[in-house]
Design a protein around this ligand. Structure first.
Ligand code: G3I
Length: 325
């Protein structure tokens, strides 16, 4: 009896996968699994500004187009990630020497160019990613904040809405369920946006989590804050570290079961929110050895995703399906 596919089981929200254009060649294992299992894709890095506008005024659309065209050809949703992020600002912008007004115009030009090109093709965008710092909940002192002011987030959402009246506009960040100071600051930011009628449709919790954290209650507390603000909620970058303390050298059955149960909890909490707040759960990579986590934590003994290095489904895949029951 073949396993039910994630997208067949998930009838009320998209199940997404982070992809790289090179993975999408027709007939590749990635292509096969995405077509069978997933109903949405995000670009892991190729729809960021440092890739699309690497030098001032010179746009390179090839990778983004490849991803968007693949999605359209296969009837798959595209979530755009990410228009404004301090870590993916191209050098020419990050080291901008012009006036504040000229900087702001460059950002507006970029947002306008991207949203215009993908209007009707990309359903949603992370307009601003990770604007709040980890320590005290203040705005990061990024080049965007320095040159555009504390209200740079609102300005970027307004630029996006002016370019496309229909696209869903998200604020995206990490540790939203576990860093309570950051969680409060993120929702204060969103409250300010909403109070000033800044167009925002949703919030993304990246969900780079661990086999033993966050708890269900922590997830629910954060999720409730999105739902009570009538926001669409995107679990935008799900992966589940099973070896954060580097205390195992093989993927033990015990950690595999814990990972499965954590995925089940995450999906179950998400599946229980009202339909109008649902958007997608996006998994941040296909197979374990593709994960950014291995390089990030310099640890090859990590197995954070739903498929193993041979593209075989793991217990975590079963956990996702169980969360939908
Ligand atoms: O594939 C190219 C390769 O051809 C080239 O030789 C090499 C050296 O330039 O670069 C390779 O591309 C790298 C790409 O990952 C694929 O591995 C980029 O340099 C590298 O910057 C990119 O890192 C991505 C990172 O965001 C920065 O864009 C990671 O894949 C991606 O997982 C990570 O994702 C972020 C989210 O956007 C935001 N939330 C946190 C998350 C993890 O950091």
């Amino acid at each position: 009896e073949p396993t039910t596919s994630l997208k067949e089981a998930s009838t009320t929200f998209f199940v997404g996968m982070a992809v790289k254009a090179e993975q999408l060649t027709n007939g590749s294992k990635y292509d096969e699994i995405i077509k069978n299992e997933f109903s949405s894709i995000s670009a892991e890095y190729e729809m960021k500004m440092n890739i699309i506008e690497p030098t001032k005024g010179n746009y390179n659309w090839s990778k983004a187009d490849a991803i968007v065209d693949y999605a359209i050809a296969n009837g798959i949703n595209v979530h755009g990630h990410a228009l404004v992020w301090h870590e993916s600002a191209p050098d020419w912008l990050a080291n901008y020497t012009g006036t504040d007004a000229e900087f702001e115009q460059e950002v507006k030009n970029y947002i306008t160019a991207v949203l215009t090109r993908y209007k009707g093709k990309v359903a949603s965008w992370d307009v601003v990613n990770e604007a709040i710092n980890d320590s005290n909940g203040a705005l990061r002192n990024s080049i965007y904040r320095q040159k555009m002011g504390d209200n740079f987030v609102a300005k970027c959402f307004q630029f996006a809405r002016e370019a496309d009246p229909d696209v869903l506009l998200f604020y995206n960040d990490y540790a939203v369920t576990t860093n309570k100071t950051k969680q409060t600051a993120i929702f204060n930011l969103i409250d300010d946006l909403q109070a000033n009628n800044t167009p925002i449709d949703g919030v993304g919790f990246q969900m780079h989590i661990k086999y033993n954290s966050p708890s269900v209650d922590e997830i629910k507390t954060a999720v409730d804050k999105a739902v009570e603000r009538d926001l669409k909620l995107h679990f935008s970058e799900l992966d589940v570290r099973v070896n954060p303390n580097k205390d195992i050298t093989t993927f033990t059955t015990e950690r595999a079961i814990a990972q499965k149960n954590k995925v089940k909890e995450v999906v179950s909490v998400y599946n229980a929110i009202p339909l109008e707040n649902k958007y997608a759960i996006t998994v941040w990579g296909m197979k374990d050895d593709d994960s950014w986590i291995i390089n990030q934590y310099n640890n090859t003994n990590e197995w954070p995703l739903l498929y193993d290095s041979n593209f075989e489904i793991k217990k975590a895949h079963t956990g996702f399906l169980q969360g939908l029951e």
